[in-house]
Design a binder for this molecule. Structure first.
Ligand SMILES: C[S@@+](CC[C@H](N)C(=O)[O-])C[C@H]1O[C@@H](n2cnc3c(N)ncnc32)[C@H](O)[C@@H]1O
Length: 470
């Protein structure tokens, strides 16, 4: 594998050692054997999917697909209601860990055995289709860890353009580890944030003021009791106009000008927003209660995954923090927008989209992921300790009695918003406003899961009919 600089821009210069230096227009590409042309990937055959279950009040866009995301994404590209209309993509694919993942109850969840160029090409193919699905003002977040994020940064630059890179967010994923290896403990993973264009949906997220930060507002207004800080009312640079002239007999400091015209300064002063120092210098008061918080930065410390016995989880391995997903969904989409996660696992993104009133599509090719998502939609997540004690014991000790059957897939249950507890800290009704699809390979196992839960007959599998005709 090698990185190359194939195109040289006109502005390329010759460096001191005679090498050519790329200018702004140069693009770095990752070359490796087996890298397929984009067109070939865009032409990959769409999967044939079939609806297994439909909620009574299904929103036509809320969909959970069971099957391989390449063929399903390709099928979605042929759906005029979806292609080019996805507002936000978040994906948390396997990380090339060379691991087989099991759920907390020990069921097999998924394999993560691709590595090197196989992993890169697997992901690149999906990213190409996802790019086409995105709306012109859409955003994409790719969650990875240190092992592959640098390779995929180059791929993302190739596919979206280096100018569409917005952030590489560093997330603290867990508490400090007591490593005995000769290296630093690893508590970070990374989220690459790109947009499809320069004009994209952005709702600035704010960190609320902490007591510590509020200390900057050290003054208290005697009349009102409001906390404030003092900031200069002048700015660098001289001006010949009115902002360069004395105001209330005070000239701006040398080399500076007033930030506001005298009429505006008068109004501010009349409202009591100017602080006059004992030697007669004006300063502007900035009030704590008028400042909603500080913009979120690109290091996120507050969204660790299952880190203690108090948090609520589904028991699915690699399940991401629900609050992390809500921050992303709120920042990069609007209510009503379509959110897509094609490695949806336990459905974390889908729940975040639902509770923030977005529409959503999830895709996963694991039966454990699909059944966990369905369970979560109906029951919510649970305190972490419960999984360890009950479900795992049943697997390990077949004599342990089964828990009462709580799962009734959702034919006649509460409509959304009716108030039963789902999704840990959030209160909302069971999520039933969607359709469940499966590709040919997953139709039978998914139907079985639904049938077990709902106690309903689903009749003849349509794929069996297709197979019999052949
Ligand atoms: C890291 S997990 C995602 C976890 C998820 N973010 C959550 O919070 O639960 C990756 C998921 O990708 C799924 N997956 C892997 N390859 C896939 C493929 N080709 N098509 C669809 N899903 C796939 C796995 O079954 C697994 O559930």
């Amino acid at each position: 594998m090698a990185t190359g600089v194939p195109k040289r821009s006109r502005s390329s210069k010759t460096g001191r050692n005679g090498s050519r230096l790329g200018g702004e227009g140069s693009s770095i590409i990752l070359s490796y054997p087996g890298k397929r042309p984009e067109q070939e990937i865009l032409e990959c055959p769409p999967s044939n999917t079939h609806c297994v279950w439909q909620g009574r009040e299904a929103n036509s866009l809320n969909r959970l697909y069971a099957g391989d995301n390449l063929g399903i994404a390709s099928a979605l590209l042929q759906d005029a209601s979806i292609a080019g209309k996805v507002g936000l993509v978040y994906i948390d694919p396997p990380f090339a860990t060379q691991t087989t993942f099991h759920a907390r109850d020990l069921s097999h969840a998924f394999e993560d055995h691709l590595s090197g160029i196989d992993f890169i090409e697997f992901l690149r193919a999906r990213l190409i289709l996802l790019r086409e699905l995105l709306a012109p003002d859409g955003s994409i977040y790719l969650h990875l860890d240190a092992k592959m994020v640098f390779h995929l940064k180059i791929i993302m630059d190739e596919l979206f353009g280096p100018g569409q890179f917005r952030n590489c967010i560093t997330r603290k994923k867990c508490n400090p580890k007591n490593y005995t290896r000769k290296q630093y403990g690893n508590v970070a993973d990374y989220i690459l944030f790109y947009t499809k264009s320069d004009s994209y949906v952005w709702n600035r997220s704010l960190e609320p003021w902490t007591k510590e930060r509020a200390k900057e507002y050290q003054y208290v207004e005697a009349k009102t009791g409001r906390r404030f800080m003092k900031v200069p009312v002048h700015a660098p640079g001289t001006r010949n106009g009115e902002t360069g002239q004395p105001w209330r007999g005070v000239s701006p400091p040398p080399g500076k000008h007033w930030q506001f015209p005298p009429a505006v300064l008068d109004e501010m002063d009349d409202r009591g927003e100017i602080y006059w120092s004992p030697n007669g210098n004006p300063r502007r008061k900035v009030y704590l209660d008028e400042n909603p918080g500080i913009g979120v930065q690109d290091i996120w410390m507050d969204f660790r995954d299952a880190h203690n016995q108090n948090i609520e989880i589904t028991g699915y391995p690699t399940e991401k923090n629900q609050e992390l997903l809500r921050r992303i969904v709120k920042a990069s989409s609007m209510p009503g927008d379509l959110v897509l996660d094609c490695f949806s696992g336990s459905g974390t993104t889908l729940v975040a989209a639902e509770v923030t009133e977005r529409r959503w599509i999830g895709i996963d090719n694991g039966i454990e992921a699909i059944s966990t998502t369905l369970q979560r939609f109906v029951e919510g997540s649970r305190p972490m300790g419960d999984f360890v004690s009950l479900r795992a014991k049943q697997k390990l000790l077949p004599g342990v009695p089964s828990p009462p059957q709580q799962l009734e897939l959702p034919l006649e249950v509460d409509p959304p918003g009716s108030g039963s507890a789902v999704g840990g800290t959030t209160t909302l009704g069971a999520i039933l406003n969607f359709r469940l699809f499966a590709d040919e390979e997953m139709y039978a196992p998914v139907s079985k899961v639904v049938k077990e839960w709902s106690g309903r007959e689903f009749g003849e599998c349509p794929f069996d009919r297709v197979a019999q005709r052949k």
